[in-house]
Design a protein around this ligand. Structure first.
Ligand code: G3I
Length: 356
């Protein structure tokens, strides 16, 4: 996967944005005398969330404690994905997803469901069946319907927002050539939303993608799709911008205006997977720029009532997906590998404290 962003020179002066931010010093423990992020977020009527790595949650006490203390929303980083929940056809493994939902309930957190229809992390039995022709289009549609219905029903009433379809457009706004599009045609998107809504009428149903924070060809493709589907009565209720940024590509343009146009369609919005990576090594300036990027997205979210949640894709570099995918890049989260807070933590804290 390639994340690419056009630099927007001067749009977001890191130093400008950081003016007034009491950047927390590295290795200062979060919490302590300070109110947790979730307390500040509650006051701002916002869900502050994190993706959760279930292995870390089980094995790492500091990780587990911080997840519970600081966040009022959680997303499964992997355990609700199809390859995990149905590793063999008709054989389900809900252990990880159940554990996360339980963890959240015990701590008064909401859950973002991630993700029902995606081109990635599909079970092998499904992709090989489609490839060798043993699963034809009609059967595939039935399989997709069963998957969406089974998973959404299982957690009915316990998921605040579902990422129903994930990453369906290319950068130029053309539809991604996934097995879903190839075999089922465009109607799979509306179908998935309708099936999910029937299975849990209260969950807010989201489109979700990366590189759609600002106004560009890809986010405009989502806007046009959402507008059309809503006009047809399809229950598309939310637009999620993942927020995987990189400081070397600049801050995206028109983020607030982008959220606003979805809000005008009557939709909720959210940042769903925020992290801000950099080319390693970390130096004196990069953490301040990173902090400004986190704050820029957060402020855009706080600036519109449509934006209900701001989720980071992991809060510590110890478990971040970034270095494994982008060679030579990392340090993308709010805390370093030893759970020391970075300037970005202070920036998010200050932003939440300032409120809407
Ligand atoms: O579970 C297996 C484990 O059994 C095995 O030993 C290990 C060996 O590599 O792999 C484990 O699976 C890995 C899985 O993460 C769980 O750790 C996969 O290889 C690895 O590909 C997978 O990566 C995830 C990635 O999605 C897959 O595309 C990342 O953790 C996860 O952060 C990332 O999240 C995505 C969002 O869902 C959608 N948006 C982009 C975002 C970042 O890529």
């Amino acid at each position: 996967m390639k994340y690419f962003r056009i630099p927007v020179v001067g749009l977001l002066g890191a130093t400008l944005l950081l003016t007034g931010i009491q950047a927390a010093s590295a290795h200062e423990a979060p919490g302590g005398a300070q109110a947790p992020l979730r307390t500040l977020a509650d006051r701002a009527d916002l869900r502050i969330g994190t993706a959760v790595d279930m292995a870390a949650l089980a094995d790492d006490t500091t990780y587990r404690r911080t997840t519970g203390r600081e966040f009022n929303s959680v997303t499964a980083e992997n355990v609700m994905k199809w390859e995990v929940v149905e590793p063999a056809r008709g054989t389900y493994d809900w252990s990880g997803a159940d554990a996360l939902v339980r963890f959240a309930r015990d701590r008064g957190q909401v859950v973002r469901g991630h993700t029902l229809v995606w081109h990635s992390q599909l079970p092998g039995w499904l992709t090989s069946g489609v490839a060798d022709g043993s699963i034809d289009a009609a059967e595939l549609r039935g399989i997709l319907r069963k998957h969406v219905t089974t998973e959404v029903k299982r957690y009915r009433g316990q998921i605040q927002q579902w990422d129903v379809v994930n990453e369906v457009f290319e950068e130029d706004g053309s539809l991604r050539d996934s097995i879903w599009l190839q075999k089922l045609g465009l109607s799979y998107i509306a179908d998935a939303f309708r099936w999910a809504h029937a299975a849990d009428p209260k969950a807010k149903l989201f489109l979700n993608d990366y590189n759609v924070e600002g106004i560009n060809a890809k986010s405009t493709a989502y806007y046009d799709l959402a507008k059309r589907l809503r006009a047809e009565g399809v229950p598309v209720q939310g637009f999620g911008a993942q927020g995987h940024l990189a400081i070397q590509y600049g801050f995206p343009g028109d983020v607030a205006a982008n959220l606003d146009r979805f809000a005008k369609l009557g939709m909720q919005t959210a940042f769903t997977e925020v992290d801000v990576r950099m080319i390693l090594p970390v130096d004196e300036e990069k953490p301040a720029t990173q902090a400004a990027y986190f704050r820029g997205l957060l402020d855009a979210c706080l600036g519109t009532r449509s934006c209900k949640s701001f989720t980071v894709w992991g809060f510590t570099d110890k478990y971040s997906w970034v270095p494994g995918v982008f060679e030579g890049q990392g340090a993308a989260t709010l805390m370093d590998e030893g759970f020391g807070v970075k300037p970005a933590w202070g920036a998010v804290r200050e932003g939440l404290a300032a409120g809407r």
